[in-house]
Design a protein around this ligand. Structure first.
Ligand code: AMP
Ligand code: GLY
Length: 424
């Protein structure tokens, strides 16, 4: 089977490496891919948001199956367009991808179907939002309705901060139309857990849980980023909590989407907070998380392509999805300065990887056959092992063998997870 993977980050590199292991995988194309993905797939310079270009490529190259992983093409209807052109896809159609594409939609869905989430109010008028925020408790959370490159949720500690955020989102429109509606949300506390799941719209099969590290600096300080590292499984996510989530969140969400005539097929990502009142939904994503995928897929023992085909075909079964015991850790190497200004164009030197190690390239391109940095998050160094402690140690040992001029990494990925394991 010839496969098309849309996207060009570390997540797509992990997806492609997992697909390559499948007996049925033939040629793999990445649109656009990146300099590291080029080792594992044929990269084609078509942007992930160029739906017409993608469809044209799939048709002319007689691709058998397409995997659409980034949020923007999904929300733009990439799966709808490919399916209409006769290319079967893994990924939700646009009417289901709205679960990520509009936070107002997903909040209303949760309210309507009694799915636990933070209390919130929706505003379309900045003056009304500010009047409400005058009397709010702080901290509180302000969220832009639409996609905002992961920067659309802002925790504000005072009315002054809230006023600034509302102005940026609704008046200056820094996120464009994404900020025309906003949510003002109750601030929740508790450990955060990411749970990716496969679903064909009937059956939902959660993958191994994970923990992201979103802040740029050690001890969760510094700015919010796309994610500086991950571990799996997440030690806070016990079997008992997993059972509660299945009954109160996962199944109700699948049923709710069906009831709305928006059946979700693909990878549904549950961003959860384990509050003292039980698990609550912080966000849904309509896709694999990045860099969660980089620790979840290395632990998958089953054939990813078979699972994806079953999701598309509506015949997913729980026993198709098996994970190895043990743990994984991903340490992201970023360009110094990320998520703000940073320099690129530095040569990347990579070591050979051992059997339980992998390097997933996110922001690097080939220049005269050499890999050079081209993005904020450059790559993820990943190791799997029998214990989390060992996985973390090996991921850092691998990361320390990777070199480029302005490399920066957090030194405490997995630290909190290891402490939580010790507290048990
Ligand atoms: P999001 O863009 O929705 O993923 O949110 C980014 C981050 O903001 C989350 O990972 C949480 O750490 C934090 N966050 C979002 N919503 C809330 C909330 N209601 N209470 C506390 N923290 C939140
Ligand atoms: N790591 C969070 C996300 O993919 O949105």
């Amino acid at each position: 089977m010839d496969i098309l993977v849309i996207g060009g980050g570390g997540r797509e590199h992990a997806v492609i490496k997992a697909l390559k292991k499948s007996r049925r995988a033939g040629k793999i194309y990445a649109l656009p891919g990146n300099g590291g993905i080029a080792r594992d797939a044929e990269c084609v310079p078509v942007k992930a948001t160029d739906i017409a270009g993608i469809t044209e490529f799939a048709r002319t190259h007689r691709v058998d199956f397409a995997v659409v992983t980034p949020d923007d093409p999904l929300v733009l209807g990439c799966v709808d367009a490919l399916e209409a052109a006769g290319v079967p896809c893994f990924g939700p159609t646009a009417d289901a991808a709205i679960i990520e594409g509009s936070k107002v939609f997903s909040k209303n869905l949760m309210k309507k179907y009694g799915i636990p989430t933070a209390a919130s109010e929706t505003f379309t008028d900045p003056a009304a939002a500010l009047a409400y925020l005058k009397g709010a408790n702080y901290p509180t959370v302000i969220k832009a309705d639409g996609l905002a490159l992961g920067k659309g949720a802002v925790i504000v500690n005072s009315f002054e901060e809230a006023e600034k955020t509302v102005n940026e989102m609704m008046v200056e429109r820094v996120f464009g139309a994404s900020g025309d509606r906003i949510l003002v949300e109750e601030f929740l506390t508790g450990p955060e857990v990411s749970v990716l799941s496969f679903t064909d719209g009937k059956t939902v099969v959660p993958m191994v849980s994970s923990m992201d590290h979103k802040r740029a600096k050690d001890n969760d300080e510094g700015l919010n980023t796309g994610g500086m590292g991950t571990v799996a499984p997440n030690p806070y996510y016990t079997e008992e909590i997993a059972g509660t989530c299945m009954e109160t969140i996962f199944l109700p969400t699948i049923r709710a989407m069906n009831a709305e005539g928006r059946t979700f097929r693909g990878c549904l990502y549950f961003g959860l907070m384990l509050t003292k009142d039980g698990p609550k939904v912080i966000e849904y994503n309509c896709r694999f998380g990045d860099p969660e995928t980089q620790v979840v897929l290395p632990l998958l023992r089953s054939d990813l392509l078979e699972i994806m085909l079953a999701v598309r075909g509506g015949c997913l079964r729980e026993d198709m999805v098996r994970f190895r015991k043990g743990a994984a850790c991903c340490v992201v190497l970023a360009s110094e300065g990320y998520p703000k200004k940073y320099d690129t164009g530095f040569a990347v030197s990579l070591p050979e990887t051992g059997p339980d190690e992998d390097i997933y390239i996110a922001g690097a391109k080939l220049e005269n056959g050499k890999l050079v940095t081209s993005g904020g998050r450059v790559l993820g160094a990943v190791a799997t092992a029998d214990s989390l402690k060992e996985a973390v140690g090996r991921a850092y040992a691998l990361a320390d063998k990777i070199h480029f001029e302005n490399a920066y990494m957090r030194r405490d990925i997995g630290k909190r997870a290891l402490a939580a394991l010790e507290d048990r």
